[in-house]
Design a protein around this ligand. Structure first.
Ligand code: BES
Ligand code: MN
Ligand code: ZN
Length: 501
């Protein structure tokens, strides 16, 4: 992995192969652009203008230095309007520059200087570089191909004031924990379902828990049976690979302090079951374990960041397959809290496994429960791929989650937990049925979950649109994104230390 170091050297003095310099919209020179231009004997802004670039957010221009300075290349990146640049703009700019950075060994950048808070700026910049450098190539066999693409990046000097170095170092450490936890999440999501069985995901969790210092219990099918987890067992029945549930405990607060509860949907493959899905895009359904993987990544980050708070996670894992033992439409399942659900569509399986896990966590009397799930195509239709849906039974908690998401450049949008639609999931034979009508599918799914949290303040994040991307973004290649790890970790660390992170 590459090393990030705060440096108070002049950008023209650092020993680097590549200088990554910000430009503001106009174009206007960002920190270091004039000094480097002077040393090269050129006007770098003219170079931009010649290419008809305006220095807008996301624009880049590579300028060879032709031996005028020791660095061989300057990369100009647009970060937005001067004075309006946010930490997230830096995260994206750094993510965008990550490709070029990984072709060389030593990089220096003044990017963090564009945002006033050194800590936020440095953390976001380092996150951007690391998230943008993520690759998933363990299934490629051609070693040569891998070698050519292999990231070369060794050292990144973050140029800033020497007085800020201590805080910058802490920010770097936090960014490294967050980015490596997101990579852990992405790896689990990207791993094909042939290999990523419920047992495999549980084994990843066990290894992680050991390394990060978390308490773990993996519930076996027999234990799930004894514990009345009828939803997890029901959904898992059609698969030859039996379900599990991962329970993780982080104790950073006082023993008497009530915990925050986390739940993540872990369907290792969603074929739809007997209500089988269309063949088109079914391969995406390896990503139906994204909520589970995100909560595992969030727990890893929390364990390493060590905030003074208690957190428990319950992560149900099952494969939804149409085997001879599978549940049928019309079957009734009994959940952890005793409520029964009529399964009218076996493809609405996420709510069935989440119901048990939510009820289980609610028994622990947590201050809040947050669940993340690739729950409905309807949420994707409503909000697209940049916003996850936020539903909750407690307005203050909903605001808290929305603020945490916004603060870390991973926004959600509130959708209504509209009680008027509750009757759509009334069942003639059981307490509740697992599908609503043709419209408002994300809402009726959330209303189903609400039945299992009791009075606990609870927020449900429908990440169907954000967890898995068809094409890459500045901070993520195509595939798993890691959404909503940053939001969840931010919420937990903010709760532990209300003013600072
Ligand atoms: N995992 C899917 C939701 C999904 C669809 C996530 C597309 C990401 C992309 C979920 O289990 C599902 O199948 N939901 C159904 C519910 C319906 C049967 C009520 C849906 O959204 O179509
Ligand atoms: Mn489904
Ligand atoms: Zn699903």
């Amino acid at each position: 992995m590459s090393t990030f170091t705060p440096s108070a050297e002049a950008i023209t003095d650092v020993d680097a192969d590549l200088l990554v310099l910000p430009v503001y919209e106009g174009p206007e020179a960002g920190p270091g652009v004039r000094d480097v231009g002077r040393a090269m004997g050129v006007d770098l802004l003219d170079a931009l203008k010649d290419q008809r670039r305006k220095g807008k957010r996301g624009e880049t221009l590579t300028v060879p230095t032709l031996g005028t300075i020791s660095a061989s290349t300057v990369l100009l990146v647009g970060v937005g309007k001067r004075g309006k640049v946010t930490a997230d703009d830096l995260r994206r700019a750094a993510g965008k520059a990550a490709g070029a950075m990984n072709k060389v060994k030593r990089v220096a950048t003044t990017l963090p200087q564009c945002v006033r808070s050194t800590e936020d700026a440095v953390q976001a910049t380092v996150e951007g570089v690391l998230l943008g450098s993520y690759t998933f190539d363990g299934y490629k066999s051609k070693k040569d191909e891998k070698k050519d693409d292999a990231p070369k990046l060794k050292d990144v000097a973050l140029i800033g004031k020497s007085a800020d170095a201590r805080r910058a170092k802490q920010a770097i450490a936090r960014a490294e924990i967050l980015a490596s936890s997101i990579a852990f999440t992405r790896d689990i999501v990207n791993t094909p379902s042939l290999d990523a069985t419920p047992e495999w995901v549980a084994a990843q969790a066990r290894k992680m828990a050991k390394e990060a210092g978390l308490k773990i219990k993996v519930w076996t099918p027999t234990e799930l049976e004894k514990g009345s987890f009828g939803g997890v067992l029901g959904v898992g029945r059609g698969s030859a690979r039996p379900p599990r549930m991962v329970e993780l405990t982080y104790s950073g607060g006082r023993a008497s302090q009530k915990p925050v509860g986390l739940v993540g949907k872990g369907i290792t493959f969603d074929s739809g079951g007997l209500s089988i899905k269309d063949a088109k895009n079914m391969e995406w359904m390896k990503a139906d374990k994204s909520g589970a993987a995100a909560m595992l990544g969030a727990m890893r980050a929390v364990a390493l960041l060590k905030p003074k708070i208690n957190v428990v996670a319950a992560i149900p894992l099952a494969e939804n397959m149409p085997g001879g033992n599978a549940i049928r439409p019309g079957d009734v399942l009994r959940h952890r809290n005793g409520k029964t659900s009529e399964v009218l569509n076996t493809d609405a399986e996420g709510r069935l496994v989440l119901a048990d896990a939510l009820a289980f966590l609610a028994e622990k009397d947590p201050t809040a429960i947050i669940d993340a799930a690739t729950l409905t195509g309807a949420c994707m239709v409503a909000l697209g791929d940049q916003l996850y849906g936020v539903f909750g039974n407690d307005d203050a908690l909903v605001r808290e989650v929305l603020a945490a998401g916004k603060a870390t450049g991973e926004p959600g949008w509130e959708l209504p937990l509209w009680d008027g639609y509750r009757s759509m999931i009334d069942s003639p034979v059981a307490d509740i049925k697992n599908i609503g009508g043709p419209y408002g599918g994300a809402i009726t799914a959330a209303l189903f979950l609400k039945e299992f949290v009791g009075d606990t303040p609870w927020v449900h994040l429908d990440v169907a649109g954000t967890a898995y991307a068809k094409s890459g973004t500045d901070t993520s290649p195509a595939g798993a994104t890691g959404s909503p790890v940053r939001t969840v970790v931010r919420l937990i660390t903010d709760r532990a230390a209300p003013k600072r992170r």
